[in-house]
Design a protein around this ligand. Structure first.
Ligand code: G1P
Ligand code: ZN
Length: 542
């Protein structure tokens, strides 16, 4: 029996870069999650009788919302819900399950790399039938619906046992609790040369993987330790915890510092990696060398053909605008199309669906391919392992060889977190107002050649996305990008992206901060970060 619960709209349910993200306390308000999920169901067409995938990164509040969503899916006419055991599915695994089982979409419950716990963050994201995040026209429609919603639908049914794989019925709808890991691990076996990796491991190749007490623990343990033969203990923090052990499950040099320190020490393993809260990001650190995500994308693209899944070559390479141009140089050398999209994985979906790109990446530790429609942390780690195993060389040597062939894009991102929204908005407004007057101006040794606010015309569906970040290009080829985060839950986060290219005859082995010093000074002069925000140093440098 379908129950109609009356409700009134909440303000601020606009999905950001990656779904609706708010504090858990916000989601715990009566009808808050229900309003948003019902708005999704009201907007999605043709869902009757279809399958819906539900899974999350295991953070606090995950199980509560999953039980609610299952009852609501039954009331809204879905034929079947597939839910990961324990309520857990990594974001890439959820994308795969949507595609594999022909679901019409999925609800992914995650706030990615943001902390978890009663006072921390939660999120809900809707993915469409291709397995990827809903495009802007869908998220805009969902948001519009949240502003008028006046009821949500549910059925009177008890919570299901989420921990036992099997099939149950809720309000006449089938719910299948599926093994969270099996389908994903099987997919990875089709893409990578597990035999060659296994033989290098048998020869003594070692690694350390930090799962950050988040969702990838079970996946990494199954694939790295059980299937590839890495020693037990290779996966650290492998048990998903609701609060990620009070840590920030963000695989960067600040939050995965222990791994970084270990990889720089004398007794480092051969390879180090980490993933984030929901398993879509990756951190790659070779023995004695941190590989920036932008470089990682370029190096993976240049060598992907060494993995069986990509032996036929790539169709194209796509990167988000703030990501360094290192991948463009690989595309050029390989004669492949290169695409520059706005920030956020949702913009890659059309290119992948249309067969225009095979590998995509973002500077924010996101890399992936057309095997799913999300970025995929473990996939990137496995592709690295595959390449290093076939090439039989350390990551450091591979990186140096890459720079010697393509030149090096020195790169860093500076984040200023939890700035008051008005101050951040004022800074961006001033920058936008100054764009026309910037070309020709000099900041130290750097002269501006062009300045704009990035807009993207999707080559597949012709949709346009404006206001995607301020770009300041310098005559020497260096670049600064300024944009405000679309995933934060507290005030505003200013991201400043700095990039300097050195050609093959330039300086290829310098320290990044020194190479970027002039750009850092120019960023301050151009944007007045201290003047607008009172901040004199970034909170996080990645
Ligand atoms: C951030 C990253 C972006 C990524 C997104 C979701 O978004 O910068 O590349 O796609 O998280 O993981 P932002 O907070 O910058 O809007
Ligand atoms: Zn994530």
């Amino acid at each position: 029996m379908i129950q109609t619960i009356s409700s009134v709209p909440y303000d601020g349910q606009k999905p950001g870069t990656s779904g609706l993200r708010k504090k858990v306390r916000v989601f715990q308000q009566p009808n808050y999650a229900e309003n948003f999920i019902q708005s999704v169901f009201d907007v999605v067409e043709g869902k009757t009788g279809t399958s819906l995938v539900i899974g999350g990164d295991g953070r606090y509040h995950n199980r509560t919302v999953i039980q609610t969503a299952i009852r609501m899916a039954a009331a809204n006419g879905y034929g079947r819900v597939l839910v990961g055991a324990g309520g857990i599915l990594s974001t890439p695994a959820a994308s795969h399950v949507i595609r594999k089982y022909g679901a019409s979409g999925g609800l992914i419950l995650s706030a990615s790399h943001n902390p978890g716990g009663p006072d921390e963050d939660f999120g809900i994201k809707y993915n469409i039938a291709n397995g990827g995040p809903a495009p802007e026209k869908v998220t805009d429609a969902i948001y519009a619906r949240t502003r008028t919603i006046n009821r949500w639908l549910t059925v009177d049914a008890p919570d299901i046992d989420l921990d036992t794989p099997g099939r149950v019925t809720v309000g006449g709808m089938t719910v299948e609790v599926i093994d969270s890991v099996a389908d994903y691990a099987a997919l990875m076996e089709t893409l990578f040369d597990f035999d060659t990796i296994r033989s290098r491991v048998a020869d003594g190749f070692t690694m350390s993987f930090d799962a950050m007490s988040a969702v990838t623990g079970p996946y990494a343990t199954e694939i790295l330790e059980r299937r590839l033969g890495f020693a037990p203990g290779t996966v650290c923090n492998g048990n998903p915890l609701e609060d990620f052990g009070h840590h920030h499950p963000d695989p960067n040099l600040v939050h995965a510092k222990a791994l970084y320190d270990r990889m720089m020490s004398a007794d480092a393993p051969d390879f180090g990696a980490a993933s984030d809260g929901d398993g879509d990001r990756n951190l790659i650190i070779g023995k004695g060398i941190f590989i920036t995500p932008s470089d990682s994308l370029a190096m993976l693209a240049a060598n992907a053909h060494l993995a069986p899944g990509y032996a036929a070559g790539l169709k194209g390479i796509a990167r988000s605008m703030p990501t360094s141009a290192a991948a463009d140089r690989v595309a050029e050398a390989l004669g492949l199309p290169a695409f520059e999209t706005p920030t956020g994985w949702k913009f890659f979906g059309n290119l992948l669906d249309a067969g225009m790109a095979t590998i995509c990446g973002e500077e924010s530790a996101g890399t992936g391919s057309d095997h799913v429609r999300e970025k995929d942390g473990l996939w990137a780690v496995l592709l690295w392992l595959n390449i290093l195993a076939v090439r039989d060389m350390p990551a450091k040597a591979l990186a140096e060889e890459h720079w010697a062939r393509f030149g090096r894009n020195y790169y860093a991102r500076h984040d200023y977190e939890a700035i008051e929204t008005e101050k951040a908005d004022a800074l961006m407004a001033a920058l936008n107002a100054a764009l026309a007057s910037l070309p020709g101006q000099s900041f130290g040794p750097l002269t501006v050649s062009a300045a704009d606010n990035f807009a993207y015309l999707d080559p597949v569906d012709g949709s346009e996305s404006r206001n995607q970040g301020v770009r300041i290009l310098f005559v020497c080829g260096s670049r600064i990008v300024f944009r405000l985060s679309g995933t934060g839950t507290e005030g505003a986060t200013l991201r400043v992206y700095l990039e300097r290219y050195e050609g093959v005859d330039g300086t290829l082995d310098a320290e990044t901060p020194a190479m970027l010093a002039d750009l850092i000074a120019a960023a301050e002069s151009v944007a007045g970060i201290a003047r607008f925000t009172g901040r004199t140093a970034p909170d996080v440098v990645t």
